[in-house]
Design a protein around this ligand. Structure first.
Ligand SMILES: Nc1ncnc2c1ncn2[C@@H]1O[C@H](COP(=O)(O)OP(=O)(O)O)[C@@H](O)[C@H]1O
Ligand SMILES: [Mg+2]
Length: 273
């Protein structure tokens, strides 16, 4: 199977937007998970790393209006509300953990859902563009999403998100459960989406590969950002190597213990956004 495309993606834009977040807090009922995060997501590809339970998914859900939050969020000059439909209209799209396609619907029907904001004519044009950007999906247009492989489903989820013409694309562990070669292809596509003007914020547990394609990284721990910086520098820094890349240099590391051991050292690396 080949998903590669040599050129950039037409579905992106050329705006290179920037997200700014001030003092964002969010949680579930009485449980506060995120505690006053302030950061900036620059144009390009930013990866969020961190152990299970750090609050990475909670952060993406709060930014997408799926859970209540406090604090201010700006996409370029536009202040984002807390309402998901307004956030989507402003150009923010989330590919959630586990993809959440409609398994009993076809590829085409799933893509149509990505274009619900647009007029029928524009939706059709955007879906046609999705088939140019993701040519493999054209042959599968009538296939039920639930019958596709994990990698194919992730492509549908990505294409569906791109049909909504996001200025900011957020991805929650897109490589989860995929074969290594599929992970490479997927991350390559995400890279090209970022290169063609859509700002990307991606949570990934595949630390080594994620840092290899990303421009910048954030390290999250217990609801706070503990480190941030250039992806190449993060991947070379001893603390991140030991905590996230593992002694055996494996691609995926749960790293909870190592992170706790190293938490104090990591704090020294924290750079103000
Ligand atoms: N729906 C929920 N209700 C209550 N607590 C939740 C819910 N989802 C996540 N949490 C808690 O919030 C914290 C952060 O979880 P999450 O954002 O999923 O972390 P990550 O994505 O980094 O693994 C965890 O302590 C988790 O138990
Ligand atoms: Mg998560």
């Amino acid at each position: 199977m080949m998903w590669h495309r040599p050129q950039g993606f037409s579905l992106g834009g050329t705006e290179r937007p920037r997200l700014r977040v001030w003092d964002l807090s969010a949680g579930y009922g009485p449980v506060q998970v995120l505690r006053g995060l302030s950061f900036e997501v620059k144009p390009g590809l930013t990866v969020i790393l961190g152990p299970n339970g750090a609050g990475k998914t909670t952060l993406l859900r709060a930014l997408n209006g799926l859970i209540p939050r406090s604090g201010d969020v700006m996409l370029d000059d536009l202040e984002l509300s807390e309402k998901t439909h307004e956030i989507v209209r402003a150009g923010v799209s989330l590919v959630p953990e586990g993809r959440q396609l409609f398994a009993q619907m076809t590829v085409l029907e799933n893509l149509e859902l990505g274009g619900w904001l647009f007029s029928r004519a524009e939706r059709e044009q955007r879906i046609e563009q999705a088939f140019v950007d993701f040519p493999r999906l054209r042959e599968r247009v009538q296939q039920l999403a639930g019958t596709m492989s994990g990698g194919e489903q992730q492509m549908v989820a990505l294409a569906r998100a791109m049909v909504s013409r996001p200025r900011l694309l957020m991805l929650d562990e897109p490589s989860l459960g995929l074969a290594p070669r599929m992970v490479d292809e997927l991350l390559g596509m995400v890279r090209r989406i970022a290169d063609t003007g859509t700002t990307v914020l991606m949570v990934e547990q595949n630390v080594k590969k994620a840092l290899a394609v990303a421009d910048r990284g954030f390290v999250m721990e217990r609801g706070a950002l503990v480190a941030s910086g250039d992806a190449r520098l993060l991947s070379r820094c001893t603390v991140v190597r030991e905590a996230y890349l593992g002694a055996r240099d494996s691609d995926t590391t749960d790293a909870r213990d190592a992170v706790q051991r190293r938490a104090k050292t990591i704090e020294r690396l924290h750079t103000k956004p």
